[in-house]
Design a protein around this ligand. Structure first.
Ligand SMILES: [Zn+2]
Length: 165
């Protein structure tokens, strides 16, 4: 999931103080951590003078386990493309798609580093339904030839890519 104290791009030195919420914080010390895969930063707040620590890590590469057991790299771009196709003429499609992709990524990262393709399919459906009922129904209607949920989930699994976006 989301590490404590992930730095925002361009805002490295000014992470919000967890004690007083001031933004005038600074990095006191920075060093490699976790075998070099993370950076540990000791920070100080100029307002309340408390100190705190942040860790910066790269996003985990997420793998999808397909029905046949093979693993493929999860591609949010492919998921987005599939949603764009289904919701092309829907008003606010961009917003809906962004919200759905975000929701699906949260579910997927919970299972990190490997998530089942069925679980991705279910997450897409639930995210669509909670973000926009009409979009959800429209999306399902695109796949009206399917005989059931399992077929639908199998189709959703095709949104995962074997190649990089
Ligand atoms: Zn403070």
């Amino acid at each position: 999931m989301f590490g404590v104290g992930q730095a925002q791009a361009g805002n490295l030195e000014r992470m919000q103080c967890p004690f007083c919420a001031a933004t005038d914080t600074r990095v006191i010390d920075s060093r490699p951590a976790e075998g070099g895969s993370a950076v540990r930063r000791r920070r100080g707040c100029d307002s309340c003078e408390n100190r705190f620590t942040t860790y910066e890590r790269s996003d985990t590469v997420l793998m999808v386990r397909k029905r046949d057991g093979s693993l493929q790299r999860f591609s949010a771009a492919k998921l987005r493309h599939g949603l764009e196709t289904a919701l092309a003429e829907r008003p606010n499609a961009d917003e809906i798609i962004g919200a759905v992709v975000d929701d699906v990524m949260i579910v997927a990262r919970r299972q990190s580093p490997v998530v089942d393709s069925d679980e991705i399919g279910r997450a897409v459906l639930e995210a669509l339904r909670s973000n926009d009922e009409v979009a959800y129904l429209r999306f399902v209607s695109v796949y009206k030839d399917f005989t059931g949920a399992r077929d639908f989930e199998a189709e959703m699994a095709s949104f995962e890519a074997s190649d990089r976006p």
